[in-house]
Structures are given as C-alpha cells and as structure tokens.
Ligand binder design. Structure first.
Ligand SMILES: Nc1ncnc2c1ncn2[C@@H]1O[C@H](COP(=O)(O)OP(=O)(O)O)[C@@H](O)[C@H]1O
Ligand SMILES: [Mg+2]
Length: 227
C-alpha cells in the first residue's frame, strides 16, 4: 500500500463576491505520498493558493474533504487545527512573513516556544535549523539586515521548527532573483531528500518546477494534468 500523507477528495471551493459566487476549485482529487516533492503550477487565479490553504486548514472547502496524516482536517476543532498546523505542517510564503522586531534566531524560536519546548532544547534546535539552512552566522541579524534569499531561508528554518512531516510553500521564490531562487529551492530539495519531508509547493517558474518529482497543472480550479 502506498503511504498517502495528504489526500484531497472532490474538493470544491466557492467564494461569494458580492452576489456572485466565484468557483475557485471545482472537484480536486489529489493524493500526495509521504516523502514526495510535488509542484503545483497554473495561471494566476487557477486556485493554487486556495488549494494549499485548504490542505493547511486555513480555509474550509465548500464540498469534499482533506485527510492529512490520518486526520480529517475539515472535522477538526479550532484547537486541534492549531495543533496540527504547529506540528504537522510548515508554511512558507512569497513574502517571508518574518517578525520584523525579532532576530533570525528569535523567529525560528517562536514556534518551538508555542509548542512548549524547553529552553535548552530550543537553543539546540534553533542552532541546528539555522545551520541546516546555512545561516548559522546570521542568527543575531534582524530581517531588515538580511537579503531576500536569507530571509526566505530563515522562514524555511522556522517552518521546520517542530519537525513537520509536510512543508507547504506558496511561490516561495517569487520575490527572489533566479540564482537566489535556485539556492532556496536547493535547500528545500535537500530537506526532502535527506529528512524525507513531504513538500508541496506552488511556482510560476518552470525552472523551479524541475525540483519536483511530479508537476500538477491547475486550470480554472481543476487538475488539467499530472506528470
Ligand atoms: N478570499 C477570497 N474571496 C473571493 N475570491 C477569492 C478569494 N480567494 C481567492 N479568490 C478567487 O479564487 C480564484 C482562485 O484564487 P487563488 O487560489 O488565489 O489562485 P492562484 O493562487 O492560482 O493565483 C480567483 O478567481 C480568486 O479571485
Ligand atoms: Mg496564489
């Protein structure tokens, strides 16, 4: 039996815009295997972000359901959802979303503190994670003192703080030049290879899609093809 870690079953999502319903997703069926690296592509407005948000429990589908690591995301209480987002999934966004008044070190430490990890273990873990993304020597820098690629690598370290089995990335190289984008994707691909982290990411850039084992094309809220 293949080990399915994320299963989307007949996902529909519509948003109300005034009196009109926008159909963002129209029947998505998708299984992602544990340890896979999957890329979602498609034109702007095709539903990529909506699908990631539903997988992450940030948004509810209008129809259908999502199973993440054995749990029915739609049925979870708010508390159980927060717990799931803290421990099962790491999110990385296009604009890094780091806390501006916190150092790199502190940004990575936040999710560990939220998960109740003690001080010594936090210190060990933050050091390990910043080294992992090649930023051991930038720990005391604030986001404004880091380049875009460095900030994104801090965001990746933060997303990985509680060893989530799944890393979700929405256009994480979108604000980076292509060389820096490559460096960031190489960090993600190495995590996938060496730690077995399942990666689901969105990109517009065919060169960044090459890091994936499987590319899924969305059009108008449906899967057009999967290769
Ligand atoms: N919160 C929202 N309210 C209304 N419409 C939305 C909302 N979020 C997304 N949409 C619409 O759903 C469609 C898919 O959006 P999105 O998932 O952001 O696409 P993508 O990430 O592929 O660019 C678009 O038509 C978008 O305008
Ligand atoms: Mg998007």
């Amino acid at each position: 039996m293949p080990d399915v870690i994320v299963s989307c079953v007949n996902i529909h999502k519509s948003f109300l815009m005034g009196r009109e319903a926008v159909q963002a997703l129209r029947g998505i069926d998708l299984d992602v295997l544990r340890g896979e690296m999957v890329c979602l592509m498609g034109p702007s407005g095709s539903g990529k972000t909506t699908l990631l948000n539903i997988i992450g429990g940030l948004e509810e589908p209008s129809r259908g359901h999502v199973i993440v690591d054995g749990e029915n995301v739609v049925a979870l209480s708010e508390d159980a959802l927060s717990e799931m987002r803290l421990t099962k999934m790491g999110f990385v966004f296009q604009n890094y979303n780091l806390l501006a008044n916190f150092t790199a070190w502190e940004n990575v430490e936040v999710p560990l503190a939220l998960a109740g990890v003690g001080r010594r273990e936090r210190r060990r873990k933050v050091e390990y994670l910043l080294d992992l993304v090649g930023l051991g020597d930038r720990a005391q820098h604030y986001p404004s003192e880091l380049s875009g690629g460095q900030q994104q690598r801090v965001a990746i370290a933060r997303a990985l703080a509680n060893d989530p089995p799944i890393l979700i990335g929405d256009e994480i190289t979108g604000d980076l030049d292509s060389e820096t984008g490559f460096e960031v994707m190489e960090v993600v691909a190495r995590l996938n290879r060496e730690q077995g982290t399942t990666v689901i990411y969105v990109t517009h850039d065919p060169r960044m899609a090459k890091f994936a084992e499987r590319v899924i094309q969305l059009r108008d809220g449906k899967i057009l093809e999967s290769t």
